[in-house]
Design a protein around this ligand. Structure first.
Ligand SMILES: [Zn+2]
Length: 182
């Protein structure tokens, strides 16, 4: 009887342990919310790094491999706009930043899996833009071109980490000016 009860207790604590673990994983990544884009902005010495994570729905309106010519075109256009980092992320001119590197990952769009293979329910696009700034002290703001480039984005949640510490900001369409902590 007693053994039974402690077994049950053990099982309960194992289950809650698993629950805690999966929540921690969720908390690490950003929430997948359609219409939302997450940005991590980090300034370190002369390097400005902008990490973007977006549900494909926020960019395209679908989250699977393109199935029709129209979807293929929409996906190609979205990738093209995403590749134009200098117009999506415009650091204050005084900081004299130049885009040094762009990385884009969107498995659902770039996948070579055969057509008809099962798609995941949701899919993200991750992009990283790295700038080198000659005058990082003058990086007071960044203008974002994301709302112009992607009509489906309603909100951008931004985390900033820089010499002045960390801050969180939310930009709602059509706000485009991200102010950095001064
Ligand atoms: Zn989704």
């Amino acid at each position: 009887m007693l053994l039974n009860r402690s077994l049950r207790l053990l099982r309960t604590s194992l289950m809650s342990g698993a629950l805690v673990a999966s929540c921690a994983v969720l908390a690490q990544g950003s929430a997948h919310v359609h219409g939302l884009v997450n940005l991590d902005v980090a300034v370190e010495a002369q390097t400005l790094t902008v990490d973007l994570e977006a549900p494909l729905d926020s960019l395209l309106g679908f989250e699977h491999r393109p199935r029709t010519p129209a979807q293929r075109k929409a996906a190609d256009d979205a990738m093209k706009r995403m590749n134009d980092g200098a117009s999506l992320v415009r650091p204050a001119a005084a900081a004299q930043c130049t885009l040094a590197k762009t990385t884009i990952e969107a498995e659902a769009l770039q996948s070579t899996a055969p057509a008809g293979a099962k798609d995941a329910e949701h899919a993200d696009l991750d992009a990283t833009f790295v700038f080198t700034c000659a005058q990082p002290d003058k990086l007071a703001s960044i203008e974002l071109g994301l709302f112009d480039a992607f009509q489906r984005i309603k909100r951008i949640e931004v985390q900033v980490a820089g010499p002045q510490g960390q801050s969180k900001q939310t930009l709602e369409r059509p706000q485009k000016l991200l102010k950095l902590a001064r």
